[in-house]
Design a protein around this ligand. Structure first.
Ligand code: BG6
Length: 525
């Protein structure tokens, strides 16, 4: 009896499982050309993602993958290198040999130099020999190279007649551009000018892999498919918002890159500001790419600009010195390979931003990100205003904790609503209790890699999860103002933090000055 009631409930739930992607563009047969085919990203992320799309029956039929790189090798050699790497990086194990065999037979290698037009002619002949028309015309060029080569590759593709600038058309050629997209506003504008000489903005897909994460996409679903939260999502109910993107890893072997980037360019300009945009944006008029991106860019433009003095009051940086993370000894940033011994590059950044629009006026958004922190955890904590200072709140010696909603983006993906409850028994003792939603217990452990979703969307030509030109430029404007204010300013003592701690004292001061404190992500049990 109970069993059949349960089934009824489950069936009802399934009916409610509304499929929004029915009108979504189908993935047509296509050729994916990867520049930087010998690189780390290809082996670690791109090929495993494409393999999993094949495994799940999501790859179009037919398809082709062409690797473009300088080292001379045959298709067979490249395939076996990729197979070996897949064994190490695949999120599902063991790799299915039957699926791999069917997948790998579509992989080819084009031995060519990025700077040499002859290589693009070779690529063209290779692609034009593919048997089906759509494999020859529906082309996705994935630029997984050093950013300094993005312009050059695009120009060669245009000149070789492989990339045609075209605003309309169901399956025009597209280019996918990895991050970092420029290193400041000026260079991003230059890069945009270079790329748009050969490709229309609609053909350019700028990657921010955070947008491919299931939980990041769910921010919009959560906000705009539920009736109860959105009416609290404003300055009336919310005291402040904290966004934390913490990483347990140090800079490690990436010192050379990191000396140029720092936390601000590496994480804030893209991932952290994208999460902020999704948390803060207004409801879009539709779920079309342009409507969603219009709202995100409006939000970024509403961030209050900061003068040099305001940067000093609202932004702090940090750099780790030696310490321990989970019992493992970590060297100081300044002792990492390829890092200058007196470097003042930030491995941590925290800031207080204000969004000057009707919804958020006066609500501080505290953002922080850093390396060598105690945990790898990304979350958004929405801290609501406290209950009025009467009744329970008045009679408690310590003020009651105010409610909060935490969106856990990774790991232990889910949400927690915190509110006060009465401790059972005589007397009136209250303490915060939690209501928890976990993706894992609701949907099972399946959370596809961000790159799977992003590659699928790029193949389908849907740009919603990619960054538009005005977004990337606006984000650089915000970050540039901060960087300029730091020029010539050495780090102070309060800006250093031990590896394995939650960042420098300066970051605690930032909130303490407002009578608040950071709420650190909890270790998952
Ligand atoms: C990358 C940064 O974009 O994002 C890295 O360059 C960082 O420094 C990484 O470690 C974090 O991504 P994730 O998915 O591990 O949170």
């Amino acid at each position: 009896m109970l069993g059949s009631r349960m089934n009824d409930v489950l069936q009802l739930d399934e009916l409610l499982d509304s499929r929004l992607d029915q009108g979504r563009r189908p993935v047509e047969p296509c050729t994916v050309v990867i520049f930087g085919a010998s690189g780390d990203l290809t082996a670690r992320k791109l090929i495993p993602a494409l393999y999993h799309l094949k495994l799940e029956g999501l790859m179009p039929e037919p398809f082709r993958i062409v690797g473009f790189a300088r080292r001379e090798k045959t298709d067979e050699v490249w395939r076996s290198e990729l197979r070996e790497a897949l064994g190490r990086f695949s999120r599902t194990q063991p790799v299915r040999d039957d699926v791999w065999a069917a997948f790998a037979s579509n992989i080819h290698y084009c031995h060519a130099d990025i700077a040499d037009p002859v290589g693009y002619e070779r690529l063209r002949s290779m692609v034009m020999a593919f048997p089906e028309e759509r494999l020859r015309s529906n082309l996705l060029f994935y630029l997984a190279t050093s950013p300094s080569q993005f312009s050059e590759i695009t120009a060669h593709l245009g000149q070789a007649g492989l990339l045609h600038k075209k605003e309309t058309g169901i399956t025009p050629e597209r280019i996918v551009v990895e991050k970092p997209f420029g290193h400041d506003l000026g260079s991003a504008q230059h890069l945009n000018a270079d790329l748009t000489r050969y490709a229309h903005e609609k053909q350019i897909f700028r990657i921010d892999h955070y947008l491919g994460k299931e939980t990041v996409q769910n921010i919009l679903t959560f906000r705009f498919s539920n009736g109860i939260f959105e009416r609290l999502w404003n300055r009336e109910a919310i005291d402040h918002v904290q966004i934390t993107v913490a990483e347990k890893l140090g800079v490690g072997a990436r010192g050379g890159y990191y000396e140029e980037a720092g936390a601000l360019r590496d994480m804030v300009q893209n991932h952290v500001l994208q999460v902020l945009a999704l948390v803060g944006m207004e409801p879009p008029v539709s779920l079309e790419a342009e409507s969603v991106r219009d709202e995100k860019v409006k939000l970024l433009r509403s961030i209050r600009p900061m003068s040099r003095e305001q940067v000093a009051q609202n932004v702090v940086r940090g750099q780790y010195f030696a310490g321990e993370v989970d019992g493992e000894v970590r060297p100081a940033y300044r002792s990492e390979p390829k890092v200058k011994p007196n470097s003042s590059v930030e491995t941590f950044a925290a800031m207080r931003l204000f969004i000057d629009n009707w919804r958020w006026s006066g609500v501080p958004f505290y953002l922080r990100t850093g390396k060598n922190l105690p945990l790898s955890a990304s979350e958004v904590r929405v801290q609501f205003k406290p209950a009025p200072n009467v009744l329970f709140n008045a009679s408690n010696e310590a003020r009651l904790d105010s409610n909060s909603l935490t969106l856990r983006l990774q790991p232990n993906e889910g949400m927690t609503l915190r509110f006060n409850g009465k401790v059972p028994g005589g007397g009136t003792s209250l303490r915060p209790v939690r209501m928890n939603f976990s993706y894992d217990s609701e949907f099972g452990a399946y959370t596809p890699e961000a790159y799977e979703r992003l590659l699928l969307e790029a193949m389908a030509g849907d740009a919603t999860l990619f960054i538009r030109r005005d977004e990337v430029e606006t984000a650089w404007g915000i970050v540039d103002a901060i960087r300029q204010a730091w020029v010539g300013k050495p780090l102070t003592n309060r800006e250093f933090y031990g590896a394995g701690t939650w960042g420098p004292f300066a970051a605690d001061d930032l909130l303490a000055n407002d009578g608040r404190e950071w709420r650190n992500p909890q270790r998952s049990k």
